[in-house]
Design a protein around this ligand. Structure first.
Ligand SMILES: *Cc1c(COP(=O)(O)O)cnc(C)c1O
Length: 352
């Protein structure tokens, strides 16, 4: 394998997924694993299905098409409201999509009708994080209109919190969602099949809540891949935390001063970081730059600290023995790091 590379431990991911299903089953909550951080990689899709997932979700049509081409045939849900310019690809490849705009649902309907397929929608409700969602007072109107459309099924309603402003799911906003469900069911005399309450930031709420009432679905990415809930980053008991490592290679290792010399301007990225003079230090260059990974998402091994990063180099200081040229360094990685490294064509993906 070449470097840098992501080393992805498939059995740990499968075990985490099965564990979360087992924990949430008594609460009558189904998990829909979200594959976006792995760009819909078919290897990941397969291990999630083998671990018990009956459907998958992704935010990008490209990822979903990739899974379809690889023969993944479970129902797939698009979890970002479709672009008008992509509705044909959406109805061709996705069974369900999360939606917030009537004009998009109308386009899904006419395209589905033209192609002779059926498409289901989950209407997202705004609960205060101010990203996607219909305002609660508009919900009945949107649902009334959506129900009139041919080749469109109303699967349920849902919500998403925390991603933009960090607004936590709590008894207040979650009971509003529950109230809206009852209101819709009474008003239209129907039963909503899916109440998609949220993402990995809903787990503390789900674990602690005595009354989950009618919610029956969570869309989970981070919790499965990192073994943590996303709100306070607490470890989920029994889950693996380091399912993915980033491995990169030392290309220079020297004893150097910690203070630069010469007249100083901003660096290549317009930054001017503070420097403390620590005398001579063991400086290490790794062949890993911002074009490979967001360095903020990396956790170096003990004895090494990240001091700077450029397009192609990561600069580390070693407090232990000097490192050797060609030596491989294993970093732990968080969600931000994984998202960026998965997306970089320079980073090899190794599934073990
Ligand atoms: C990414 C995403 C998720 C999954 O989020 P995690 O925090 O990784 O669990 C769920 N819902 C929506 C709408 C998303 O965009």
């Amino acid at each position: 394998m070449s470097n840098p590379r992501l080393q992805i431990n498939c059995s740990k991911i499968a075990e985490n997924s099965a564990l979360l299903m087992q924990i949430l089953k008594p609460l009558s909550i189904d998990i829909v694993p979200v594959t976006k951080v792995f760009m819909g990689h078919p290897v990941i899709a397969r291990i999630l299905i083998d671990a018990g997932a009956t459907q998958l979700a992704d935010s990008r049509i490209e990822n979903i098409e990739r899974m379809r081409s690889a023969g993944i045939n479970v129902p797939i849900m698009l979890i970002r409201t479709p672009m008008l310019s992509q509705v044909e690809r959406v109805v061709m490849n996705c069974n369900i999509s999360l939606n917030t705009e009537l004009s998009v649902i109308r386009a899904l309907s006419s395209t589905a009708k033209k192609l002779g397929v059926f498409h289901e929608v989950i209407i997202m409700v705004e609960l205060g994080d101010l990203r996607e969602g219909v305002m609660p007072y508009d919900l009945l109107h949107v649902i009334k209109e959506a129900r009139l459309l041919s080749n469109i099924g109303l699967k349920g309603i849902g919500a998403n919190l925390t991603c933009r402003y960090g607004i936590a799911p709590d008894s207040h906003n979650m009971s509003l969602l529950a109230k809206l469900v009852t209101e819709i069911e009474t008003h239209f005399q129907l039963k909503l099949e899916v109440i998609s309450a949220g993402n990995s930031a809903n787990l503390l709420w789900a674990f602690s809540s005595q009354n989950i009432n009618n919610f029956n679905q969570l869309r989970l990415g981070e919790a499965i891949y990192f073994g943590i809930e996303a709100l306070e980053k607490r470890h989920i008991k029994g889950a693996h935390t380091n399912t993915v490592k980033l491995i990169a290679e030392v290309i220079e290792s020297n004893r150097k001063p910690s203070m630069p010399w010469g007249k100083r301007h901003h660096n290549a990225f317009g930054e001017q970081q503070e420097i403390t003079n620590k005398g001579d230090i063991n400086q290490v260059l790794i062949a890993l730059g911002r074009q490979d990974v967001d360095p903020e998402g990396l956790i170096p091994p003990v004895g090494l600290s990240i001091v700077s990063s450029c397009s192609d180099h990561l600069v580390l200081e070693s407090t232990g023995v000097p490192l050797k040229i060609g030596q491989e360094i294993e970093f732990n990685i968080d969600y931000v790091g994984l998202l960026s490294a998965m997306t970089s064509p320079y980073v090899q993906k190794q599934f073990i």
